[in-house]
Unconditional design. Structure first.
Length: 288
């Protein structure tokens, strides 16, 4: 189980109601993984999110509507008592979110000996296996926070892929913004504070967008169009792409607003425990 799972879920509960999250697990680790996931799911929201649970998930009627709960709500004054409290599994049920754990018999190292072997091995398999069940699939790292503009993730993806004025692209890439989490900030509450601190400060946000897009982001793709779901690249073949749909990957992967999701739509904050650039870190002023 990824050590940032709880923080990752917090934002997806806010901005991706009705979504399904698929986790690949080597079968020898299945029982241990399921046991850990179940223990997290049956924890109280107030225990997992002692500060932000009572602020963001306090309105049952709002939760049931499955509308966007904006990141700005994290800035409200916390309540002294979280009423009604609930378990994480109850909260996920209210928001229509499912978690699917898929055991895989062969470990990733049998296919690829690299730190990212699990990504590049399991992601294409899961996409091929479950493509018929979904219209759009996406890959995101466990240590990322999905931060929205003004719509839910489903609304953004629907508009991009299927609306009359959509992009007509087989896939899209997210912007991946680095935010190093120092050891002293490595807790659920501090990591959530980091995402709120950045998103609530226009100067910091602008600096991060311009200076901290250091690596390729991950992808979302139409399931009727992809040949291989390759984590950073939605690979296509002409025979697999419906009429009127294009590959859209820009030459040299140069950033543009057709292929890349815009900052006003969705951004991935990469909450790493390793530093790539000193000024791309939690709780720094834009001038630091």
């Amino acid at each position: 189980v990824h050590f940032r799972l709880v923080e990752n879920l917090f934002h997806l509960i806010r901005n991706a109601p009705g979504s399904t999250h698929i986790m690949a697990v080597v079968d020898g680790q299945l029982n241990r993984t399921v046991s850990r996931i179940l223990s997290i799911l049956h924890m109280q929201v107030s225990e997992l999110y002692p500060k932000y649970g009572s602020i963001v998930f306090d309105n049952i009627a709002e939760l049931k509507r499955k509308d966007l709960i904006p990141v700005s709500k994290m800035g409200r004054t916390p309540k002294s008592k979280f009423t009604p409290d609930m378990t994480l599994i109850e909260l996920l049920h209210i928001r229509g979110i499912k978690i699917r754990i898929v055991p895989i018999a062969t470990p990733a190292i049998a296919f690829e000996r690299s730190v990212c072997g699990g990504q590049y091995t399991f992601a294409p398999y899961l996409a091929a296996r479950y493509a018929a069940d979904y219209q759009v699939m996406m890959f995101i790292d466990g240590d990322t926070a999905m931060i929205e503009g003004s719509q839910t993730l489903q609304q953004v993806l629907w508009n991009r892929f299927f609306s009359r004025n959509g992009s007509k692209c087989a896939g899209h890439r997210l912007r991946l913004i680095e935010q190093y989490v120092k050891p002293e900030f490595d807790s659920v509450q501090k990591v959530l504070e980091c995402t709120h601190d950045l998103s609530a400060d226009p100067e910091k946000w602008k600096y991060a967008m311009e200076n901290c897009h250091l690596k390729e982001g991950h992808i979302a793709a139409r399931t009727d169009s992809i040949y291989a779901f390759s984590v950073h690249h939605p690979d296509t073949l002409t025979a697999y792409v419906p009429r009127g749909i294009e590959d859209c990957i820009s030459h040299g992967n140069k950033e543009n607003d057709r292929y890349f999701l815009k900052e006003s739509e969705f951004v991935q904050l990469h909450l790493r425990d390793r530093e790539r650039k000193p000024e791309c870190a939690c709780f720094l002023n834009a001038s630091q």
